[in-house]
Design a protein around this ligand. Structure first.
Ligand SMILES: Nc1nc2c(ncn2[C@@H]2O[C@H](COP(=O)(O)OP(=O)(O)O)[C@@H](O)[C@H]2O)c(=O)[nH]1
Ligand SMILES: [Mg+2]
Length: 221
């Protein structure tokens, strides 16, 4: 049976869809952060992500519904490697997460950045997120100054937060809303996708018929 909600009718009310990938070592809290943003609560029983998964949330910017699709990877390298091409396809923005109580996860960021850059995402908006700020005492946590230095080196904003604490949920919101605004303001083209389809087919259409053929500002790869 055909499902009419799965048909693309260009220009007829389709939402813009922004694909945001969430990277970082296993256990840093990627799944909990995406769950917090999309479901509004802490994921109590987070299990290791197998393969690739995504969660979605629709937000409103300037009276327009924008769908944010947050892609979460497997912690296990053996799954990730086989999925990596699929994962990086049509990415609009990147979130890189480390655990503030585990310096080794912070040291991995340069490798994550190399991977991101090797997939041609040097110009995509990126943010650095230090998660688990609720854990331990300040001396157990990586000092903000180091994280800020690294973030500055890559020209990306730094957020320190906790997926666990309800009091930090505004901060988690800020991560994704900041990216959404950045993408929205640089996105003159309408991006439509087939609702609910894994591995969205992205189509770019001119929003207005303009007297230009340039698509320099299009964020779709
Ligand atoms: N204390 C604390 N634990 C967290 C936080 N975020 C995630 N966790 C826990 O860290 C573990 C790994 O989280 P998960 O989201 O699965 O990490 P992922 O492998 O990066 O997806 C789980 O046991 C979570 O409950 C946080 O902000 N604070
Ligand atoms: Mg996970």
């Amino acid at each position: 049976m055909s499902d009419s909600t799965n048909e693309i009718v260009p220009g007829l009310g389709q939402k813009k869809v922004f694909k945001i990938i969430v990277l970082g070592d296993s256990g840093v809290g990627k799944t909990c952060l995406t769950y917090r943003f999309c479901e509004g609560q802490f994921l109590d029983k987070s299990e290791a992500t197998i393969g690739v998964d995504f969660r979605e949330r629709t937000i409103r910017i300037r009276n327009e519904d924008i769908k944010l699709q947050l892609w979460d990877t497997a912690g296990q390298e053996r799954f990730r490697k086989s999925m990596v091409q699929h994962y990086y396809r049509n990415v609009h923005a990147v979130v890189i997460v480390y655990d503030v109580t585990k310096p080794e996860t912070f040291h991995s960021i340069t490798s994550w950045m190399s991977e991101v850059e090797s997939h041609g995402l040097t110009k995509a908006p990126r943010v650095l997120v230090g998660n688990k700020c609720d854990c331990g005492s300040p001396s157990d946590r990586l000092a903000t100054v180091y994280a800020q230095r690294l973030a500055d080196r890559y020209g990306m904003p730094l957020f320190e937060t906790s997926a666990l604490l309800d009091s930090e949920c505004d901060n988690v919101e800020s991560i994704f809303i900041t990216l959404a605004h950045k993408l929205y303001s640089h996105q003159p083209f309408r991006v439509v996708s087939v609702e609910g389809e894994l591995g969205p087919r992205l189509v770019t259409l001119n929003r207005h018929k303009r007297n230009t053929t340039s698509n320099d500002n299009c964020l779709c790869s």
